[in-house]
Design a binder for this molecule. Structure first.
Ligand code: C2O
Ligand code: CU
Ligand code: CU
Length: 431
């Protein structure tokens, strides 16, 4: 609803139950419903306000992942919501159209809160995304695909399993939008899938056995042009929008096959069964026409381009042993201080034979180089989270705009949530 020009949402985190497996009742947490939360949607230029109420027995928070907004509205560990309390952040949407998401970020307990079911999508629209030739009827040919893996114990409870070692809990059951064995009835020649890896630890490689697809957007919005791919690798926290073409009567499956994690030591790999069906797509015998994805360079016109030559500052971050630059997260320590308006290059290195996924709050960055080489086309778009292959160095270009606060920091961290909870996180101020 829009109240006095402000788009207003309500979210209530509460416990519930859900039958994921036939005949088995699983205790869950969800926003509004028993599991996951509603898809929020807003327009560039709009002011939004969210009333977040915590009906859980423990403190949580809600972070707007990928959103450019003031640090006090960010929903990180410094904006806890005690049981029974309501938190009401408000901000203006000031960034390109994108598939963002929201999830709790309580210090030391993010993995559990997300794993129990607290997460949802936050979609942003703008003139460029509307003008682009992209399927855009939500739930019809523009379909959210939130992928999460789970372990069910003998009583049907969701189990966090840390005995598997490095990455965290690797589930043997994959759910899409909270459904095991999900399918979608296709009624158009093309479907846009908004993929979110909402898992706590697992990295996926998504694709089809029988067709390629067009990658049209990454975490922070549209690519300069669609990129034809056979598979797209997503680490926890990463998103991709893909457009898939169908012939009448087609039945196919979006699957995840064993991802190429890039030199991860075998004992740290994703844990045996790495192949999953994610979403079955069943095309009708009659398909409504839809255009091939296309948009002109003008769709980015007016966007203030990130340029490497504008970078005034470089910082390096080394990830190893649940630490960044040799330090574990400390809520009372500011690790970096950034000057507002500056463009910076962050050089991020995974110094470990373990998978990590690096995320920065507040900004969308561009990957300049990976070990000195240009990134593949699928990683050339706007990003806020990137999988870090072991022993490689990623140079990330970003600009810190608008919002200053001399006390309230933003976070950067590994988005493998056990790693984050165990301390692989740091804090920066924008002043
Ligand atoms: Cu998606 Cu700091 O998180
Ligand atoms: Cu975030
Ligand atoms: Cu990590």
């Amino acid at each position: 609803t829009v109240v006095g020009g402000v788009r207003t949402f309500e979210l209530t985190a509460r416990p519930g139950t859900r039958e994921f497996l036939p005949g088995v009742t699983t205790p869950t947490w969800g926003f509004d419903g028993p599991y996951l939360g509603p898809t929020l949607r807003a327009e560039r230029g709009e002011r939004v306000a969210v009333r977040v109420t915590n009906e859980l027995d423990e403190t949580t928070s809600v972070h707007w992942h990928g959103m450019h907004l003031p640090p006090a509205m960010d929903g990180g560990p410094h904006q806890p919501i005690a049981p029974g309390d309501t938190w009401e952040p408000t901000w203006e949407i000031d960034q390109p159209a994108a598939t963002l998401w929201y999830h709790p970020h309580p210090h030391g307990a993010t993995e559990e809160h997300v794993y129990r079911g607290l997460a949802g999508l936050f979609l942003l629209d703008d003139d460029a995304s509307r003008a682009a030739d992209l399927p855009s009827r939500y739930g019809v040919d523009d379909v959210p695909v939130v992928v999460q893996d789970k372990v069910f114990d003998d009583d049907g409870r969701l189990e966090l399993r840390h005995d598997g070692g490095e990455p965290g809990t690797l589930g043997d059951t994959v759910m899409t939008n909270g459904t095991v064995g999900a399918y979608h009835e296709v009624t158009t020649e093309r479907v846009r899938l908004r993929l979110l890896n909402g898992s706590t630890a697992r990295t996926y490689s998504f694709g089809f056995e029988d067709r390629s697809f067009d990658l049209v957007a990454t975490d922070g919005g549209l690519l300069d042009a669609p990129v034809r791919l056979d598979e797209v690798r997503l680490a926890p926290g990463e998103r991709a929008e893909i457009v898939v073409a169908f012939e009448p009567g087609d039945v196919t499956r979006l699957r995840s096959t064993e991802p190429d994690l890039g030199g991860v030591a075998a004992s740290f790999a994703m844990g045996g069964n790495d192949a999953f069906d994610v979403l079955e797509l069943r095309a009708a015998d009659d398909l409504a026409p839809s255009p091939a994805p296309a948009w002109g360079p003008s769709s980015h016109a007016g966007e203030d381009e990130l340029r490497a030559e504008d970078a005034t500052m470089g910082r390096s971050f080394e990830l190893a042993d649940r630490m960044i630059n040799g330090e574990r997260m400390d809520m009372s320590r500011i690790d970096e201080v950034v000057t507002v308006g500056d463009t910076e290059v962050w050089e991020v290195r995974n110094a470990h034979p373990v998978p990590h996924s690096f995320h920065v709050h507040d900004v969308q960055f561009r990957i300049l180089t990976i070990d000195g080489r240009e990134p593949p086309p699928g990683l050339a778009g706007p990003k806020d989270t990137v999988y870090l292959e072991p022993r490689r160095t990623y140079r990330l270009l970003m600009r810190f705009e608008d919002y200053t606060d001399t006390e309230m920091p933003y976070m950067y961290h590994c988005h493998m949530l056990l790693h984050e909870d165990e301390g692989m996180m740091g804090q920066f101020l924008v002043v």
